[in-house]
Design a protein around this ligand. Structure first.
Ligand SMILES: Cc1cc2nc3c(=O)[nH]c(=O)nc-3n(C[C@H](O)[C@H](O)[C@H](O)COP(=O)(O)OP(=O)(O)OC[C@H]3O[C@@H](n4cnc5c(N)ncnc54)[C@H](O)[C@@H]3O)c2cc1C
Length: 400
């Protein structure tokens, strides 16, 4: 079904945490021809605010930004508050009970191998060399795992480590999805966006996307007027496996043995097996994957923590900082397998918040606060929520 007229929709089945959410204005985008009309509709829902007010989602996101840049997010420049929400597969979201602002569900489909000409509007983007890369344009509404499988079967390799990540292709650049030593940013040449404000289709280079660990320009409130309509991938023709993660060690050993060989299909297979064994299937136990980001702390702080907690799991980073395993911190605080009302932290994966018994937004946030409080108290480390939390906005009741 496709529609550019808003209608009421219960989003319970549109988010993998299975949170009930009444969307008052639900719109599907299945054709680029709808963009102009949608811009007009969405712009009706804007109102001026000041930059120091929360915009895109929660205060959390702003806290993230302030932490990243070490600068308070305080200016008095007026900007436009976002009064729409873009929905992909709903696997990285925490939804409130009611949403008045329009929800735009991305359903754009299509996978195209690009020739040297690429797209009309990408002159400023440096294109990957066709002799060494496959360049492929994938529409935002394609399912991520289906695309990974499709690429593998076509002989376009590189994405195997990212198999079975739920969600859509359009959302992949938003938090620069990553798994088993690979991040999607490594394979993105550019991203096609529709700017709701200027009503222009733009191609952003990977550099413009400002990719970082579980972050990008698209996660920042300032750019929430950009709808990702397609992602342009550059997949190297010469395949190089990434087998650094412990779970992939069996393949690493085979790879190092000159008498054996491994294929991208082997990596894909093992990644799928490991994920199926380790992670709760949202269709059976509702969840949004990792609920907290792995905190990155100064090396000295990690050393001090290690002295106090010799089993601390941490990964030194190239820039001198240290990434701590949030799952270990949560587990050590006693939250693994523990419930708070209808929600809880998974019994095998302390990092995954689960909603087996029909919990709501408030239940999830209460548990998240309790976990963060305990981690802060025991380790002095602030955990950041990884999924995007959409806020209800009763001040805008849009009826088109
Ligand atoms: C079981 C499980 C395992 C997971 N494992 C991983 C993992 O290994 N690594 C990892 O990185 N993530 C993981 N995730 C998180 C999630 O799968 C990814 O973040 C995924 O990219 C979200 O895609 P989505 O389409 O569901 O996005 P949604 O949840 O619908 O949206 C997420 C954000 O992206 C924005 N967005 C979505 N589509 C667009 C668009 N077209 N244009 C602009 N903005 C858009 C939304 O507004 C929202 O802010 C996991 C989740 C689950 C449930």
């Amino acid at each position: 079904m496709s529609s550019s007229n808003p209608h009421f929709c219960d989003l319970l089945t549109f988010n993998t945490l299975a949170l009930p959410c009444q969307a008052k204005n639900f719109v599907m985008l299945s054709d680029l021809g709808q963009l102009q009309g949608l811009s007009t509709l969405l712009k009706k829902c804007q109102k001026p605010v000041h930059d120091n007010e929360p915009t895109k989602s929660t205060q959390d996101n702003l806290t993230n930004q302030a932490n990243e840049t070490n600068q308070p997010h305080q200016t008095n420049q007026p900007s436009l508050q976002t009064h729409w929400n873009i929905l992909g597969g709903g696997s990285n979201l925490v939804l409130p009970k009611v949403l008045h602002q329009p929800v735009l569900h991305i359903q754009l489909k299509g996978i195209h191998l690009l020739d040297d000409q690429g797209l009309q509007n990408d002159q400023s983007v440096i294109k990957a060399d066709k002799s060494t890369f496959y360049r492929i344009r994938v529409a935002a509404g394609e399912n991520w795992h289906d695309w990974v499988t499709f690429a593998l079967n076509k002989g376009w390799y590189g994405l195997e480590n990212l198999a079975l990540i739920p969600g859509s292709v359009g959302a992949a650049p938003v938090q620069n999805i990553g798994a088993y030593g690979v991040e999607v940013a490594q394979f993105i040449e550019s991203v096609d966006v529709w700017n709701i404000e200027t009503e222009q289709l733009l191609t952003l280079s990977a550099q413009d996307c400002d990719f970082a660990y579980r972050n990008s320009r698209f996660k920042r409130a300032h750019y929430s007027n950009e709808i990702i309509v397609a992602v342009n991938f550059a997949l190297p023709k010469a395949w190089q496996p990434v087998l650094t993660y412990q779970d992939l060690k069996p393949l690493a050993q085979r790879y190092l043995n000159p008498s054996e060989s491994i294929t991208p299909h082997d990596v894909y297979q093992l990644v799928c097996e490991v994920r199926q064994r380790k992670l709760p299937n949202p269709a059976l136990i509702p969840n949004a994957g990792s609920f907290f980001q792995n905190p990155v702390v100064p090396h000295e702080q990690a050393q001090a923590l290690k002295a106090q907690h010799p089993n601390l799991v941490c990964y030194p980073q190239a820039d001198g900082t240290t990434k701590l395993a949030a799952g270990w911190l949560i587990d050590t605080c006693g939250w693994k397998g523990k419930r708070l009302g209808s929600v809880g932290m998974h019994a095998n994966q302390a990092l995954v918040l689960v909603n087996p018994d029909g919990g709501h937004y408030d239940d999830v946030m209460t548990l998240a606060d309790a976990v963060r409080h305990d981690v802060q108290t025991l380790f002095g480390v602030a955990l950041q929520i990884e999924p995007i939390c959409w806020m209800p906005d009763s001040s805008t009741h849009h009826t088109a």
